[in-house]
Design a protein around this ligand. Structure first.
Ligand code: COA
Ligand code: AMP
Length: 629
């Protein structure tokens, strides 16, 4: 079957279609039907089934005789390590860590926070939780203690699993002091923390800390615990409009079924082949395509601890693909922009045999045609842009090359995947004609694996996603569908920006800036950046009577955001202005400021209160080198 037939079958017979896909999963109790109404905000999938994620990702491959197959390749240029872990070894490691948790009382439904660098143990930690039905919540290492504290208070974990440190090019980031600081700040306290000591930066252990290495040696392996199909596999926090992150809930059964489907149909990867997603376990790409999907499908996954450039240079991606025989490679466009900037001619590809590589996948931010063309020209491989979100866990739109390679249109992530009825709506919720811009929404129900709600926040889930367009899920992206049914993703409709493929909230940054004693009012916008896609830029209005050097205040504000949100916010640009441009009703005109900064065409908004302020904003941007920076 081609894409069209598959898509149509999922649309007209969702029950039959998804029950068929469910056959790829090993069930303890198979589902009797696919879609269930449990009275939650949206219908859920395979609720009547019993299943275990870890069994499907690890044990079943060992049981099928593939114990000697490599499950994880750890390639760490920052520690100069390459290690291989077979499925049988992974099973043992996961079962023992699960035993460490169960021996200390952690069980089904308990939350466990994971705050770890890119080491194989991060996957072991996720799988150990899945094994016992505990709900993990991985927090990206680039977040500061205060952000970790917010997540601790929301998830209320019984335990935290952490590495002593992370390794960034040129510096060791001590995670343990950040973890201790976060626990200190949080109202909720975990019962214990299991710390993986890394030789590059060992941590001082405290009363609640358990040493990972000795605990797993002493532990009894724990068995897989079957859970209900709707049981949360994990909670992953992502940025929304406000400073409070949204805890996206991932349902167990739908996650298994959907991710397995994507491996062959989108990524064209077969069991035993090597799949590599160069991301971080702290992001949804890391959850789905470093950990779960490749393992569920019986592939070998690469855990890469490094950067596209600087570890040691722009040849790293090519070296890892060649050394390990990667067939499918997935990263964010920004990573390739970094490689291209450092090695525009592609000279550093020399000597790296990419003959096994079939396709390169991009997601996480808009893939600019220049970058796609550069990758295609240098590698001679198809480049597949696909569009998705933390909320969905896998592609909403893609070119499903494993199923059928559709013609590529540069700048478009191609067509909707089965189960996603994607529609472009006007403000009143009416579908618009092809080629017309609008809000992108997905008609309910969403397909298996997508979020059924936000952690402990049904009302916020409804308000954020379901209320604007009744009967639809609001993606937060704007764009259009063309005459051929291809999607074009143009911009966010909220205050989320995308910096180096990382989703960040300008609202969260504004909340932090507003705590500076001299800042009376502020606005943060996302401005275009040739490497990271977007960068945050802050405008600060100082309180009356404050007569300080603007540069000093800016430096303090930059430090404040780094301390409170973390280095990942990449907040380095700010300027002091007298006033912010607003509408007569007091709304800050952020979109107009973005257009001025990016040097685009802009019109004076009819509702502006004082047009002169835009001149002042333009002048302030000029001091930072905008437009044209
Ligand atoms: N722990 C601690 N700090 C971290 C971190 C981690 N896990 N990850 C990033 N940081 C820090 C970086 O060191 C950097 O600090 P600095 O301001 O002191 O330099 C800061 O956070 C910003 O990081 P980043 O935006 O990643 O910028 P970078 O300059 O280090 O690297 C790229 C730029 C493009 C090479 C890199 O962002 C990249 O490879 N991104 C694409 C891949 C990706 O992971 N996408 C996620 C979704 S697919
Ligand atoms: P995240 O939840 O971090 O994966 O970020 C999701 C957001 O990133 C989406 O809502 C889009 O705004 C953006 N995004 C992801 N993939 C693409 C893509 N292929 N093209 C354009 N934007 C994308």
């Amino acid at each position: 079957m081609g894409w069209k037939q598959e898509y149509e079958r999922a649309r007209t017979d969702p029950e039959g279609y998804w029950m068929d896909q469910a056959k790829a999963i090993d069930w303890d109790v198979p589902p009797a039907k696919a879609l269930h109404d449990r009275g939650g905000p949206v219908p859920e999938w395979f609720s009547d089934a019993r299943v275990n994620t870890c069994w499907n990702a690890v044990d079943r491959h060992v049981a099928a005789g593939h114990g000697n197959r490599v499950a994880i390749i750890y390639d760490s240029p920052v520690t100069q390590t390459v290690a291989r872990i077979t499925y049988a070894e992974l099973q043992d490691r996961v079962a023992r860590l699960a035993g460490v948790l169960t021996a200390r009382g952690v069980g089904k439904g308990d939350r466990v926070i994971i705050y770890m660098s890119m080491v194989p143990e991060a996957l072991v930690a996720m799988l150990a939780c899945a094994r016992i039905g505990a709900i993990h919540s991985v927090v990206f290492g680039g977040f500061a203690a205060a952000e970790l504290a917010v997540r601790i208070d929301d998830a209320r974990p019984r335990a935290i699993l952490a590495t002593s440190c992370g390794i960034e090019p040129g510096r060791i980031v001590a995670y343990k002091p950040l973890l201790d600081g976060a626990i200190e700040m949080a109202d909720h306290k975990p019962e214990f923390c299991v710390i993986l000591q890394r030789p590059e930066g060992p941590a001082e252990m405290g009363a609640r800390d358990v040493d990972w290495a000795s605990a797993v040696v002493a532990a009894d392996p724990a068995p897989c615990v079957p859970v209900e199909g709707h049981h949360p596999a994990y909670v992953l926090y992502t940025s929304g409009t406000t400073g409070a992150p949204k805890g996206v809930v991932r349902p167990t059964a739908g996650h298994l079924v959907a991710l397995d489907w994507t491996m062959e149909n989108i990524y064209d990867a077969k069991p035993g082949e090597v799949f590599w997603a160069a991301s971080d376990v702290g992001w949804v790409v890391g959850h789905s395509y470093i950990c779960y999907a490749p393992l569920i499908h019986g592939c070998t996954t690469v855990v890469f601890e490094g950067k596209p450039v600087g570890t040691p240079d722009a040849s790293t991606f090519w070296r890892v693909m060649a050394d390990h025989g990667v067939v499918s490679f997935f990263t964010a466009p920004t990573a390739f922009r970094a490689v291209k900037r450092e090695d525009p001619s592609g000279a550093q590809m020399a000597g790296h045999d990419l003959s096994k590589l079939r396709n390169i996948y991009l997601a996480g931010e808009r893939a600019d045609p220049d970058t796609i063309e550069w990758i295609m020209a240098k590698t001679g491989k198809p480049v597949i842009d696909h569009w998705w979100q933390t909320e969905t866990g896998y592609a909403i739109a893609a070119n499903p090359v494993g199923l059928e390679a559709l013609p590529v249109k540069l700048g478009s992530p191609a067509v909707p995947m089965p189960g996603y009825d994607v529609q472009v709506l006007d403000d009143a919720g009416h579908p618009v004609a092809p080629g017309t811009l609008g809000a992108i929404a997905v008609k309910l129900p969403l397909p298996p694996g997508t979020l059924p709600t936000l952690w402990n926040a049904d009302a916020r889930f409804r308000k954020s996603y379901l209320e604007t367009f009744p009967g639809f899920y609001e993606t937060g992206d704007a764009g259009m569908v063309d005459e051929d049914g291809y999607l074009w993703i143009m911009a966010r409709t909220d205050d989320v920006i995308n910096v180096a493929g990382h989703r960040l909230s300008t609202g969260a940054m504004e909340e932090v800036l507003a705590t500076h004693p001299d800042v009376a009012e502020c606005a943060v916008i996302g401005v275009a950046d040739s490497l990271k896609g977007q960068l945050p830029l802050g405008f600060l209005c100082l309180s009356k009577g404050v007569d300080r050097d603007a540069g000093e205040v800016v430096a303090e504000c930059v430090k404040l955001v780094r301390d409170k949100i973390g280095p990942v916010a990449a907040f380095k640009l700010a300027c002091v202005v007298d006033r912010l441009p607003k509408t007569r009703s007091g709304k800050i005109l952020r979109a107009t400021m973005v257009k001025i900064a990016d040097g685009g065409d802009w019109k004076m908004p009819a509702t502006i209160d004082d047009p002169a302020i835009l001149g002042e904003i333009s002048e302030a941007l000029g001091t930072l080198g905008y437009p044209g920076r």
